[in-house]
Design a protein around this ligand. Structure first.
Ligand SMILES: Cc1ncc(COP(=O)(O)O)c(C=O)c1O
Length: 442
């Protein structure tokens, strides 16, 4: 039997409205809410709001609930650990869960040689730790990152971010020594070139111009990069981009740091998205999907790179035992089949969206890997004028029809469902999305 969303209009319902009023009074106004969803409970891909409406979730709580909402094996692991030990601080003491997870993550990471893991509580903390480790290990002061990148909102991670000015407004001065360079966003090439004829001039520019004029490469600690840009618009670079950029980094002793906070942990059909590009990064930052919704960030680096001394970096809560057990249960499920499901269902979702693209001129670009899929909306296929308002209206419209979606970049809609998604759920998503697009921009 096909399960469908169940919506009683108008949204938000009476209970949701009351809670949103309280939220407005007591909760920080800095959060970005696309639509008035007040969640009561959720299971798999199905989210129930406080008024009894049921939504199909293609956001996974911003690409976090990898195993679906409240997967029974993750919940069991959390409950068992909660009964035994909630906290002791892996910074000052030892416990089994943190050691077991570090061992598991080390074994999963591509590349030869031993690995070590640092634990924090979020994506920003994982990136922040990578930033500090790169400086510590190389004793170099400069770093490169990309336009469109989102690495988090703490001052170091924010300094690496170049996504939206609102994220930086009034927060300057940030950490100095970071230079942003154009990403391989081939749909809108910043150099006005065309792939593959461009021969990746964007990488060559770094060596030929940047390293010759303003940035001495021997002073650069690291290049921070998302394998697939996430918040920037789900942008997939060409297959050889990371290899070329990593080769350039290696030539000058620069570390290649992969921010896999959004793309990692099976979402793209491989454990780490960088595996699609054949690159073994020096440092990997993880969070989001790693523990199916429990807060956890992790940084993985080669043993020779993670050479910082006791006291140089730590976190009271980082590597919390309950979060570590949730992560171990998550990884087991990914290995048992969810990663393969992400690859298979990702192909199915992409094919369905490409089919819809034939009917809608506004679907300018459909791109992604596995279950990290974006649709970039344009007013006109030829001029590629970004359709920002349509993007927001389509997301709103989908919500009112019972489908949860989020935006990314200026004019892209992302599809990032839990990796448990079925073909039937994708059919439902595509059918609602079809109607939502037709009513707004058809
Ligand atoms: C690639 C990437 N890095 C870092 C972060 C920051 O993660 P958090 O919000 O957990 O601090 C995000 C969050 O969206 C992200 O997508």
């Amino acid at each position: 039997m096909i399960k469908l969303p169940l919506i009683q209009k108008p949204l938000p319902g009476p209970k949701a409205r009351k809670l949103i009023d309280q939220d407005r009074t007591y909760v920080s106004p800095s959060y970005t809410r696309y639509y008035p969803l007040v969640v009561e409970k959720a299971k798999g891909l199905w989210v129930h709001d406080v008024d009894g409406n049921i939504f199909l979730d293609f956001t996974a709580g911003i690409a976090v609930c990898a195993t679906g909402h409240c997967h029974p094996r993750v919940v069991k692991a959390v409950k068992e650990q909660a009964d035994r030990l909630l906290h002791m601080s892996g910074t000052d003491f030892y416990y089994r869960a943190q050691i077991a997870l570090a061992k598991k993550l080390s074994s999963l990471t591509p590349g030869k040689g031993g690995k070590k893991v640092y634990f924090g509580n979020s994506g920003a903390e994982a990136v922040e730790a990578a930033f500090k480790l790169a400086r510590w290990h190389t004793q170099r002061e400069l770093n490169l990152a990309f336009y469109g990148a989102f690495h988090g909102r703490t001052m170091g991670a924010l300094s690496l971010t170049a996504s939206k000015t609102i994220q930086k407004k009034h927060y300057n001065p940030l950490v100095p020594g970071i230079t942003h360079i154009p990403f391989a966003y081939c749909y809108r090439c910043p150099y006005n070139l065309r792939y593959p004829g461009c021969e990746l001039g964007c990488v060559q520019w770094v060596e030929d111009t940047l390293f010759r004029t303003t940035i001495p490469p021997e002073e650069v600690a690291a290049i921070f990069v998302e394998p697939i840009q996430g918040e920037g618009g789900y942008i997939v670079p060409p297959p050889e981009f990371h290899k070329k950029m990593n080769d350039l980094a290696k030539k000058y002793g620069i570390l290649y740091v992969a921010d896999e906070v959004q793309s990692g942990m099976g979402r793209t059909g491989k454990m780490f998205a960088m595996e699609h590009f054949g690159v073994d990064p020096d440092i990997i930052a993880l969070a989001k999907g790693i523990a199916s919704g429990m807060p956890l960030g992790a940084l993985i680096a080669g043993t020779e790179i993670m050479d910082w001394e006791a006291g140089s970096h730590a976190s009271t809560f980082g590597g919390n035992p309950v979060s570590c057990r949730a992560a171990l249960a998550t990884i087991e499920l990914l290995e048992e089949g969810l990663m393969k499901n992400a690859a298979d269902q990702g192909d199915y979702l992409m094919a369905g969206l490409r089919e819809l693209q034939l009917s809608y001129e506004c679907m300018g670009d459909v791109r992604g890997k596995g279950l990290m899929v974006g649709v970039e909306l344009v007013r006109d296929r030829e001029t590629k004028e970004p359709a920002r308002t349509w993007r927001n209206e389509i997301i709103q419209n989908a919500f009112h029809k019972g489908l949860l979606l989020l935006g990314c970049g200026e004019n892209t809609i992302r599809f990032s469902p839990p990796l448990t998604v079925t073909a039937g759920e994708i059919d439902t998503c595509l059918s609602i999305f079809d109607n939502a697009v037709r009513e707004i921009a058809g």
